[in-house]
Design a protein around this ligand. Structure first.
Ligand code: GDP
Length: 458
């Protein structure tokens, strides 16, 4: 009798114990590694520190503690938390290595539920939390599933204007040397593909974020694989490609990329996520200029397509997505003075607004906030004649102490002439020295956690 009772209890606990998979994404250098490192670090300190007042469960002192657990998905690399902390906690702290591939880390959070149904069973409950890190560039590939090789090639040539066209010149020259109908020349194809990939990297370096295929710039474990060696081609779709021609090979690789890379990511990873946070560095394109800013806006809109679950959407047609909440977070808010934080949020809202409307229509809850995963500056005031103006203080990447007023963040999408008249000067800072036993300093990590997890800890 006692044994049966125990088994029933175990079963009920198992089914009551919740599990949530939170995915973290954003374009490269948006701050994913810093965010996940800080998230894990904050939660691991919940039993000893009270640094998360905006997370209701910790504010009410209902979180007992968190610990790391071995991840269940053994096919995905582990998120390098310890390595990141080693970088951040030295005498001369440094930023950890940025995201290059998909990775995961798992935590168990023990808490006192306040929901009646959970309380009936036990005084404590456990939330198992999987945190998944992946490059936002991979989401830029979704439209490829709806385009054949000719359509995709056309779309790439159409996009070639302004700075893009300038950067594309070396690979366009190489492309001219390829006879698409000639017999396959692996060497030549590899070299042109390399030149195309370099063009995509050059776009990123010049602040242009919309790059396709996204996997080419962050290949992860596929680095060097032939499936990442194709490029847009000019050809007549009515004219059939000879079987062993260069064109046939390009089409075959494109098809392989669609199924084995893009579809596989959505099937094995994306469709398992419950919640999603998209990190956006709005300050970098503000520093770079109009073209970069508009390009990032375009890339974000593309990225939003992955959250459109209407009946006719590609995602819904191919998979059974289950994300019910998406949070957009403007990262690195510690680069600007606190009076600018609300402008940062409204700028981000304007960047994601068009796609946002469609998605909220389809029952996904969304929100925007500004935050700093790891606060690297302190705020204060500097005297300016009679007045004192808000300022931030930190250590520059070259090790110099700095006090600056970085400027105003525009509240609305700036027009092209904005950069002529104003211009922005957001500097990068080193992380601050932190005591080993203290959690990392942050701005509104707890607000982000409340949105992503709050209801799961009720
Ligand atoms: P990822 O490519 O998205 O993984 O980007 P990272 O997390 O590696 O962040 C890229 C860079 O942005 C870091 O090396 C830092 O210089 C900066 N950064 C990220 N998060 C913060 C933050 O919260 N505050 C500040 N000041 N800088 C940050």
């Amino acid at each position: 009798m006692k044994r049966i009772k125990q088994e029933v209890n175990d079963f009920l606990h198992r089914s009551m114990d919740s599990h949530v998979r939170i995915a973290v994404t954003g374009l490269s250098r948006a701050g994913k590694t810093a965010f996940i490192t800080s998230l894990v670090n904050q939660l691991l300190h919940t039993s000893t520190h009270h640094q998360l007042p905006l997370l209701s469960a910790t504010r009410d002192r209902r979180v007992i503690g968190a610990k790391r657990e071995p991840q269940t998905n053994m096919m995905v690399p582990r998120f390098a938390y310890d390595e990141a902390m080693l970088q951040l906690q030295g005498n001369e702290p440094n930023w950890p290595e940025p995201t290059r591939d998909v990775s995961e880390i798992r935590l168990a959070l023990k808490y006192k539920p306040n929901k009646k149904s959970k309380k009936l069973l036990s005084n404590t409950a456990t939330l198992h939390l999987d945190i998944i890190d992946y490059p936002g560039e991979w989401l830029l590939d979704l439209p490829l599933l709806d385009m054949d090789f000719h359509q995709w090639s056309q779309s790439q040539f159409t996009a070639l204007s302004g700075k893009r066209l300038e950067l594309a010149k070396p690979w366009l020259e190489e492309l001219d040397k390829v006879d698409l109908q000639a017999e396959v020349d692996e060497h030549l194809l590899q070299s042109v593909a390399q030149s195309y990939t370099q063009y995509l990297h050059a776009c990123k370096e010049h602040g242009l974020h919309w790059v396709q295929p996204g996997r080419f710039v962050l290949p992860g474990e596929l680095e060097g694989a032939p499936v990442l060696q194709f490029f847009p081609c000019r050809f007549d779709p009515e004219h059939k490609a000879a079987r062993d021609s260069n064109l046939a090979m390009m089409k075959a690789r494109y098809h392989e990329y669609q199924t084995k890379v893009v579809k596989a990511f959505y099937k094995h990873h994306f469709s398992t996520f419950d919640r999603q946070i998209v990190l956006v560095d709005c300050l970098q394109p503000l520093n770079t200029g109009y073209e970069s800013f508009m390009d990032m806006r375009g890339a974000l809109e593309q990225l939003m397509h992955s959250f459109r679950y209407g009946r006719s959407s590609i995602v819904k047609r191919l998979f059974a997505p289950r994300i019910d909440k998406v949070l957009f977070a403007a990262t690195k808010a510690d680069h600007v003075t606190p009076d600018q934080h609300s402008n940062l949020v409204s700028l981000l809202q304007q960047m994601v607004h068009p796609a946002w409307q469609t998605a909220s229509f389809e029952n996904i809850e969304m929100n925007c906030l500004s935050m700093a995963s790891i606060q690297a500056t302190q705020t204060g005031y500097i005297a300016n004649g009679e007045q004192s103006i808000p300022a931030i203080q930190g250590i520059s990447l070259s090790g110099e102490p700095m006090t600056v007023y970085p400027g105003e963040v525009p509240k609305k999408l700036p027009s092209a002439d904005y950069w002529q008249s104003k211009g922005f000067e957001f500097t990068a800072f080193k992380p601050m020295v932190n005591q080993q036993d203290d959690p990392l300093p942050h701005i509104r990590m707890d607000k982000a956690l409340e949105y992503l997890l709050g209801d799961k800890l009720k």
